[in-house]
Design a protein around this ligand. Structure first.
Ligand SMILES: Cc1ncc(COP(=O)(O)O)c(C=O)c1O
Length: 445
């Protein structure tokens, strides 16, 4: 049975009255100018044997629109329901979903230790692929369940005492924010929150408030690379340069940067970094990473100790693997992280960032041109792929109608949030702008 309706079955269902086709998609009410099926649209979930060809290993040097159409064709979503909410959850390409399915079936056919022995090697391949892309060693990478888990490993695991200070960005996600308050309630540490200008004019305006908050008691500076509530990107390298000479542990939540920006952890210089594979990395669901720099690993306590750890306080496992000690894991998922890594390598880290940034710029310029107020900076160096506009009007109606009438799935975080990624086409972005234009009265109130 197909898991997604193809365009053909979608239209058949519609004829049978099972689906209400969005007006904008039918051409009614002015329709969707320039709408044309992409390769993925005409065959979004092909029967086996007719899947879109995988991306060629020898990608063309110039990534033209035909190349990006080929990337889009790796995904099974339909043109009627276009995902533009990468900050929350991304679709994974068929290769990743197929790998999870194939390996899950394999385990169900034969769940013996003998058959499952191969999974430790597959997990190591995933770790090596991810580490190479992030510019660090495999021993510094733990493959965990998500950013929430990684952030909590850091805020539970860094050795802190009463009176120590932790400095946070007030835009941090609850797992890197409220979680520190829970720690403070237990151990008497002090949590200081830093605000930045609502509309920063330069990177310096994002540096100064943090530097001013650091004191001799500061032990941790816990940041977010790209905010999910404003889209602001922090100048991490400069902040690390200010904190490191003081011995401060800089933790970076990369939920909105891994898989979107071409992240080089050595160049950023942070002590730890957390991220989810099911967001911009387009990997399997409920997988994530925790990077801890080699020299910091012995200082950070694990959250969970399970079989495989060893028989005393010193772990038998090497490096950051101690942070993924969790009993029985979903081995198929861990192995499929490696498939996601291959997908990213086929596209290229710098190429992904450039495309994502071009789509985000197209979107922000289009929205600003409609007179919408951007929450997210227009400048690429102060932002990532998270694009937010203010909604003084009815946010939930705007989101519902954008989805139902224009086929664009966004979010209501921080305003109206749209996050285009490499599986989106320029037409998707133009359609999102047209949708906002049509919903102007609802959005502005
Ligand atoms: C900045 C940030 N950190 C952490 C998370 C939590 O991610 P997950 O639910 O995958 O753990 C999110 C989710 O949106 C986020 O935006």
């Amino acid at each position: 049975m197909k898991r997604h309706a193809s365009r053909r079955t979608f239209l058949t269902d519609m004829a049978a009255g099972a689906v209400v086709l969005p007006a904008a998609l039918t051409g009614a009410h002015g329709g969707m100018p320039g709408f044309r099926p992409s390769p993925g649209d005409t065959d979004p979930s092909p029967p086996s044997g007719r899947a879109a060809p995988p991306l060629p290993a020898d990608a063309p040097a110039s990534r033209d629109e035909a190349w990006w159409e080929m990337v889009r064709a790796q995904f099974s979503f339909t043109e009627e329901r276009v995902p533009m909410n990468a900050a929350n959850l991304c679709p994974s390409p068929r290769s990743v979903a197929a790998r999870v399915e194939e390996l899950t079936r394999d385990i169900d056919r034969d769940c013996s230790f003998n058959n499952r022995a191969k999974f430790s090697g597959l997990t190591e391949q995933s770790r090596a692929g991810v580490a190479a892309q992030l510019g660090v060693s495999a021993d510094e990478i733990a493959i965990v369940r998500n950013t929430s888990e990684s952030n909590n490993t850091i805020n539970n695991g860094v050795d802190l005492r009463a009176g120590d200070e932790v400095v946070l960005w007030d835009q941090n996600h609850p797992t890197n924010n409220v979680a520190w308050d829970v720690r403070a309630a237990r151990f008497g540490i002090t949590v200081k929150r830093v605000s930045v200008p609502r509309r920063p004019a330069s990177a310096q305006e994002l540096i100064d408030p943090f530097v001013a908050a650091l004191t001799d008691r500061t032990r941790v500076l816990s940041l977010t690379h790209v905010s999910n509530v404003s889209g602001i990107r922090l100048p991490v390298r400069e902040l690390v340069e200010a904190a490191r000479p003081r011995g401060i542990h800089v933790h970076l939540d990369g939920a909105q940067s891994w898989g979107a920006l071409d992240v080089d952890l050595r160049a950023l210089g942070c002590d730890s970094y957390s991220a989810s594979a099911h967001k911009w990395y387009m990997g399997p669901k409920e997988a994530g990473v925790l990077y801890v720099r080699e020299d910091r690993i012995p200082e950070v306590w694990p959250n969970i100790v399970a079989p495989g750890w060893g028989n005393d306080a010193d772990p038998d496992v090497v490096g950051a693997r101690k942070f993924e000690s969790l009993g029985q894991r979903d081995d198929a998922c861990l192995a499929a992280v490696g498939t996601a890594a291959e997908f990213h390598t086929a596209i290229g880290g710098a190429e992904t960032e450039a495309r994502m940034s071009a789509l985000a710029t197209q979107l922000k310029e289009g929205l600003a041109g409609l007179g919408m107020t951007l929450v997210t900076p227009m400048e690429a160096e102060l932002s990532g792929g998270v694009c937010i506009i203010e909604v003084p009007g009815d946010r939930s109606t705007a989101l519902r109608r954008l989805y139902e009438e224009h086929g664009i799935a966004g979010a209501g975080t921080g305003g109206l949030r749209l996050c285009p990624h490499v599986y989106n086409t320029r037409e998707h972005v133009a359609r999102a702008v047209d949708g906002v234009k049509a919903l102007r009265g609802v959005i502005l109130g």
